[in-house]
Structure formats: C-alpha cells, structure tokens
Design a protein around this ligand. Sequence first.
Ligand SMILES: *Cc1c(COP(=O)(O)O)cnc(C)c1O
Length: 425
Amino acid sequence: MKRQRSRALYKEAQNYMPGGVNSPVRAFKAVGGTPLFIKRASGSRICDEDGNEFLDYVMSWGALILGHAPAAVARAIAEAGRRGASFGAPTKAETELAQIITRAFPSIEKMRLVNSGTEATMSAIRLSRGFTGREKLIKFEGCYHGHSDSLLVKAGSGGATFAIPDSAGVPRGVSRDTIVARYNDLDQFSRIVRNRHREIACVIIEPVAANMGVVLPAHGFLLGVRELTARYGIVLIFDEVICGFRLGFGGAQTLYGITPDLTCLGKIIGGGLPIGAYGGREEIMECVAPCGAVYQAGTLSGNPVAVSAGLAVLRTLSRLDYGAIEWKTEHLCNGLGERLRSKGARITINRIGSMFTVFFTGAGVTDYRSAKKSDARAYARFFQAMLSAGVNLPPSQFEANFISFSHTRADIDETIARCAGKAKR
Ligand SMILES: *Cc1c(COP(=O)(O)O)cnc(C)c1O
C-alpha cells in the first residue's frame, strides 16, 4: 500500500502544527506509523491522499452515524452556507433543533447550543456549581469529558481522595476540586457521597463509557448513582456526547430508564460540523444568563450551518430503525472475535448498540483498571494489519469503533474476510 503522499504531508504539517495535527490521537502515537491524510469519504469508505480506500470504523469518532457525506446533510450544509455562514443573532432553525432534541430526551426541558462537547461539559459543570452553591465534582476514572481544566485529571495516589492533574498546565487548585471515583464501583461512590455531599455540586458520567474503549455500566450502577445524587441534592450530569442519538434516539438515559438532571450532547447532533449542547431541568437551566447569574456565551453558538447539518441528521435518524445497525455490529463482533481467537489472540469484545471495542485481554473489562490490562502492543499489530488490509480502525486500544447506517452487510462480511487475511489488496 502506498503511503508516500501521507508521509510527505505529515512531514510538512509538523512544521506548522504540534505533532502535525490539530488533535493528538490523530498522530498515531499509540499504534506507530504515519497518520493517513484524508482526501474524501463517502458512506462507509474513506480515501487518503495516496488513493487508498478503507472501510471506516472511526466515523469521525462517532459523529457520523449516517456515514460520510450523506446526500441530505451535504445539501443542508450547502444551502445554509449560501444563506449566510453566521449572523450572531437567533434563527428559527435553532428552535427547530431544540424541539427535536427535547422531544427525544424528555429530561431536557431547556437547552443551550455550544460549539463542542468540551464546551458543553464545562458549561454544565459551572451551571451545577452556580445552582448548588457547592464547588466539588465527581468524575469517574477512564471517562473523558473534553479537555477543560477540572476534567483533565486522574485519580491521585490516595484513590478516591482528590485528583491530580492529567496534563501540564492544569493548576493543582483546580484539580483538587475534582474527586475521581471508580466506574462501576457503587460501594466506593456511595462512601464518597455520604462523607462529602455537602461540598459536591455535581457528578459527571458517561452512562456508557466509550473513551477507555467501550465499557458498559454494571447492572444497577447508574440507578444507584441516580438515587444517591437525588438524595443529597447533587446535580447528575450524563455526558451523552457519544451515546446521545447513538444508543437509540433517546440516548443511554432512555435505554436504561434513568433521568439525569443535565445532559451533554455533541458529535452526532452536528452531523460532522462543530457543535455541542447542554440542557436539562428547567429550574437549573434558568440559572443561565440572561435569565440567571451563571454566565455562558458563544459568538458562533447555534451556528446556522452546523444547526442545518444537525437538523438534517436528526430528521433522517428519527425515521430509521436502530436495530439494523445493532444487528450488523453483533455480526461484525462475532466474526472478528472468531477470527482473532482462532489465531490464538486472547481478547474480550465489549459491545452495545452500534459501538464496540476489541480489548486484547482474556479477562473481562469493566473499568479503567481492567481496560489497562489490555496488551496495547497486540492491538497496535492488529490495527496495522487491518489498515494494510484496507480497514480503518481507531488508532488506539482505548477507543470505540462505530458502525453507521451506511455500512452494509457486504461491508461487514468484507471486514471479517480482511481480518482473516483472505482479501487481496
Ligand atoms: C468527544 C467527547 C467529548 C468532547 O467533545 P469535543 O467536541 O471533542 O470537545 C466529551 N465527552 C465525551 C463523552 C466525548 O466522547
């Protein structure tokens, strides 16, 4: 497979951008080699500058549930662009998008559009602090909520005592207000909340974790978190930036029947354009300026092009049957699992809806620690073999694969065949 152009472009990009990229995971550090420079994509296929074509399971990190460049979305973007890229004033389409989102998520009574998932979680946390008058927050180890200071932390040596920065440049003073708990450990969570509830403004969680690879909530875990936060007046934030409109039209909260106080959305709701949203109980949302005292704003928030793309995606999605992509995901996981095990690999596949992760460990993966037991080098070899066979997987063990409505049964069968090394390239 030719990689000359990607190599040359990567070299040139490094002269101008740190690591040659605008987001670190794109640089292939976890798997080695040169990142592909993408020229175009359509449906389930993505093409690089060297003219190679790949079956894509990254799908812009889950944002593209309809596949690459679906006609309805491409048309909506072009038409919105002709009407004007930004006005800095309200538009009818923003209300239309809010109507679809609030109908899909009954827990969202009022909402705000922002420009990224990071902005959504950051704003939801400030709002929780403003609403409760408390300052600390709990996050779970291995969950990712964007790159704002309070959320870029990891567990300190004392376990659930206080967090330490997970990045240079995050002040210790900020990270000390974040408590890191273990995902799926309700006993530990309950101890923390009972001891410290007077200081805790909010709990933020990925209801299905997808940023340590896919990790499902254990039976009763989300319900336990909901009951404890409700009992102590702590704001429960579901970060559904990935799960929202992915695990069904009403996200993880509908699937599991849990009502959070606030929800963060992103990715899918922008159809590949930059967007985010946060919303929830009216009583809380009314604390946001100009109604209330919590300030939050954005020059490009509710951008008409992004909103048009999002509307086109959600209107299409509302008519589709999620069972179709779930079934394909199951078929793919069974096929990949069989091939890899027959070659002697020890793997665990976690799967829900249209997302999955192949962990290179024989033991179950239920939290960050068990995810970290995976053999990341074995994953890197798998990644490179699949890439050479024309299949684009996420360039890290600790990420989710995504299937879109544009992936066909034939695509899935071809992917399984390529895993077996049968396909000629
Ligand atoms: C991607 C992601 C974010 C951050 O969104 P950006 O648009 O990258 O800022 C936040 N939370 C979760 C769960 C995500 O997967």
